[in-house]
Design a protein around this ligand. Structure first.
Ligand SMILES: *Cc1c(COP(=O)(O)O)cnc(C)c1O
Length: 455
């Protein structure tokens, strides 16, 4: 086979459609509400922030949404991502289980996030947008959008939580290498930033403030829109390229998972991995268990409440019905920065509420232990977020051993940990602590939930 034929075949294996689970939900998703009027959101409410194509996807109930050819062409840089049988890990665990993982760490930015960043940049470019704004915590999303913007000639402004801006200089350098402008937040560029600085000149920033800054800048200019890396329906849909590829790859391997596992921060990685499998089950196909793993320090699915809440701390975003710890909940500073979000995607929350997914929470040390075992058997250093899925998979495999049954376990390795080696150094030095969530603080933040009269 020539190089060109192999290349051609790889491209053919990239799905032509994303999967939209809204088509298969047993009950429709509760509507998002305007933060001021509490009336159901209209496309006009979202138009200042998002391109029309994205807004249409946000409310679509079509099962299949075509992946535009230019997006597929960029996916080709790293997709299909490999589905790998973790034979050495199986052997080390002495388990009868078959463990497979999909490796999203092979993307240019090192995680699953470019799957939606590229799509969002494409739709914005199509509609004449010149500049995108966004926020980033640890820098995974900012660097993914910076990468996508560079491919479509869009300017990208990233408001990066100040403490991370100084603590994670390599992610910042990556954003700048892709041509983005990275601003420590709070900044003096926006009203919200100036207000935060006036209140507390020494503030280290928060994701909530950074979101407010990015949204404000996008609302202010006609040529500028805002991009969000998780939580919203269109992001879940874009990420389903992961699970759809996996279904094809399992068919090629002559196997099918009994359990699908992914870590959940805002929910897009879990959705992208599990929704295509859950959809088959909802349409009468193969049964699977879908396990969403989160940190015990930020236990949104396992300890949160299903209620309307804001996506940010300032209360500027629409109200979304979701599993939430309350928008003022401040999780402990664990290393899996991508999993420190108070809420959860409405679609993932809805499925949890209907009992269609299994939430599970772990402490960070047991996750790093799993990450190290994975590195020493399969060779890949998982991102701290991804170690949660590895822990989940290992525990499932050990259960198979105990019960003497050979189940097929599938997990998504959402990213590599090459920019997170400080976290591993802290783990090896015995400096990591396990944080139980602060129950009193949780009670207080729950009391702050907005009161919404549901129709
Ligand atoms: C951001 C991130 C996550 C969490 O993402 P969600 O899609 O919001 O749940 C998980 N793993 C990695 C590597 C990430 O960068």
């Amino acid at each position: 086979m020539t190089e060109t034929t192999k290349f051609f075949l790889a491209e053919e294996r990239i799905p032509k459609f994303w999967y939209n689970i809204a088509a298969d939900l047993p009950e429709p998703l509760p509507a998002g509400l305007h933060p001021g009027t509490h009336k159901p959101l209209t496309p006009d409410d979202l138009a200042p922030l998002f391109p029309m194509a994205v807004i249409a996807q946000e409310v679509s109930t079509e099962r299949e949404i075509e992946i535009p050819a230019p997006v597929r062409e960029i996916y080709r840089l790293w997709r299909p991502s490999p589905l790998v049988r973790a034979r050495r890990l199986e052997k080390a665990l002495d388990t009868p289980a078959r463990i497979y993982f999909k490796n999203e760490g092979v993307s240019p930015a090192g995680s699953h996030k470019p799957n939606t960043a590229v799509a969002q940049a494409f739709y914005n470019k199509e509609e004449g947008v010149k500049r995108l704004t966004t926020e980033t915590g640890a820098g995974q999303w900012g660097s993914s959008l910076a990468f996508a913007g560079s491919l479509f000639g869009l300017e990208v402004d990233v408001y990066m939580v100040k403490v991370s801006y100084f603590q994670k200089p390599y992610r910042r350098a990556l954003m700048e290498a892709y041509g983005a402008r990275c601003v420590p937040s709070p900044s003096t560029e926006t009203e919200s930033g100036r207000r935060a600085l006036a209140e507390n000149p020494d503030t280290t920033g928060s994701l909530g403030i950074a979101i407010s800054e990015a949204v404000e800048m996008a609302a202010r200019r006609d040529d500028t829109k805002y991009a969000l890396g998780s939580v919203l329906n269109h992001v879940m849909t874009h990420q389903t390229v992961i699970g759809l590829e996996a279904i094809e790859q399992f068919a090629m391997a002559g196997d099918y998972p009994d359990v699908v596992i992914a870590c959940a921060g805002g929910g897009s990685n879990f959705a992208g991995t599990a929704f295509p499998f859950i959809g088959r089950k909802l349409r009468g196909g193969e049964d699977i268990r879908a396990v969403a793993v989160e940190p015990k320090a930020c236990p949104t699915l396992t300890r949160g409440r299903y209620a309307y809440d804001f996506g940010d701390t300032a209360g500027l975003t629409p109200l979304l019905k979701m599993m939430t710890l309350g928008s003022t909940f401040m999780p402990a500073g664990i290393h899996a920065g991508g999993l420190r979000y108070h809420g959860m995607a409405p679609q993932v929350s809805h499925l949890a509420h209907l009992g269609l997914i299994e939430p599970r929470a772990y402490h960070q040390k047991e996750c790093f232990a799993a990450g190290v075992q994975f590195a020493r058997t399969e060779g890949i250093i998982p991102a701290p977020e991804s170690t949660h899925a590895v822990r989940g998979a290992i525990d499932e495999a050990l259960k198979c051993k105990e019960e003497g049954v050979a189940r097929t376990i599938f997990f998504n390795l959402s990213g590599h940990g090459h920019f997170d080696m400080q976290a591993y150094m802290d783990y090896f030095a015995g400096k990591l602590e396990d944080h139980e969530h602060d129950a009193e603080a949780l009670k207080r933040s729950m009391l702050g939930l907005p009161s919404v009269v549901e129709a």
